[in-house]
Design a protein around this ligand. Sequence first.
Ligand code: NAD
Ligand code: UGA
Length: 469
Amino acid sequence: MVKICCIGAGYVGGPTMAVIALKCPKIEVTVVDISVPRITAWNSDQLPIYEPGLDEVVKQCRGKNLFFSTDVEKHVSEADIIFVSVNTPTKTQGLGAGKAADLTYWESAARMIANVSKSDKIVVEKSTVPVKTAEAIEKILTHNSKEIKYQILSNPEFLAEGTAIQDLFNPDRVLIGGRETPDGQKAIQALKDVYAHWVPEDRIITTNLWSAELSKLAANAFLAQRISSVNAMSALCEATGADVTQVCHAVGKDSRIGSRFLNASVGFGGSCFQKDILNLIYICECNGLTEVANYWKQVIKVNDYQKNRFVNRIVSSMFNTVSGKKIAVLGFAFKKDTGDTRETPAIDVCNGLLGDKARLSIYDPQVTEDQIRRDLSMNKFDWDHPIHLQPASPSAVKRVNVVWDAYQATKDAHGVCILTEWDEYKTLDYQRIYDNMQKPAFIFDGRNILDGAKLREIGFIVYSIGKPL
Ligand code: NAD
Ligand code: UGA
């Protein structure tokens, strides 16, 4: 029986390994992590992450061929294939701070693999890493090897949160990069055999190591660039009377462009887009490619501009001040169908409003009060470095109220902001909300999910992204 061990039981390691276990009943899969609470949660009825369809997959295989454990060394030493899916956040200190990927977690995983291994291993980069990381990992492993042979593969993950299970069941492609030697090709084939249990062969792409590593950064950069392009266009739409939804519909009909990922928004969030583009920028700079680095920097600049623009629009519409006014914030997660708040645009928008002394009443169906308070009091990049956490400023905390109901959040509010596109916000009783708000009642739809015309009929003053007022 082939044994797989995955180091890192996070948003990628957990769902990916659960799907491998489900699709490959003859493979024993163990997911290990240094975080005891995380592993305890994976072994309980309350999984540590919210992801549609995940509970069912885990329930079907846990205890049969899927295991979660904190006994990292034991399972690593017994495995044939080791996936490394630890976090690779942006460095906060030292060389490359604010841009380069922090590979501390990766390096410590690699050193541990070298220490405990007693048989040959295939080590798979599942985390998103800078191009050429495999070379560094190879050095760590082989210089500590004790006669053991390692093959490093790059197998980046392309799942999106909220649709992870669907994406894993039916991926557009699986990418495997490896050495072009006979042993490298053998390792690629071994990993291909795992995915071939459910992924059609023509969707499994094999490349050299560096192409696979760089393709992941490139894919995220292209996706984020699309959103910044649309968001930049949304500002021009507002200035000219064009409607960004109509423009994107027309543009997306061109089969060379395509219709997906063209939704204007308050800005992209999530743990990866910004981090991976910063990493790409750093790699370009290290290679002397200043113009290329500047090109990608603009994607992040436009994203920051979009978040600022949204806050400024709220404040300027509400007679140039929100001081003491109650603003209901609907949605805090970085997108719907996840409880993840890493780099969510809601953090910047809420902090912007708090900076103008607003009172906030926040409701998100999947984000806890603790999480929201922690997020609002963190410095940029702190979310993946919990040790640097600073306490929330006491005056800001007093002006944030977290509730579990949209009607309570909006009661007596002067304005409502939609920051996450949760489906349940589309079907709220907006007449009831209007009746219970201060007048004039404002709605700022940061996700363009509401029917502006209907809301105006009720009496709201409505601002949607990239649409005529
Ligand atoms: P995460 O923070 O949710 O999970 C990482 C886990 O690794 C944590 O539970 C942490 O405790 C554990 N860990 C760290 N060092 C360890 C060690 N030495 N030994 C054992 N466990 C250790 O991160 P994530 O969102 O799953 O992302 C992991 C990687 O996958 C990142 O490189 C990310 O860029 C990439 N990625 C993420 C997504 C996504 O949707 N979140 C999608 C594609 C790729
Ligand atoms: C993204 C990629 O889509 C995945 O392929 C990749 O594996 C992953 O990053 C990663 O490497 O972590 P994810 O961040 O989970 O996945 O979610 P997306 O659906 O890409 O959304 C990212 C952000 O962009 C969200 O804030 C979302 O609301 C925003 N977005 C997305 C828009 O504003 N407009 C759109 O049209 C699409």
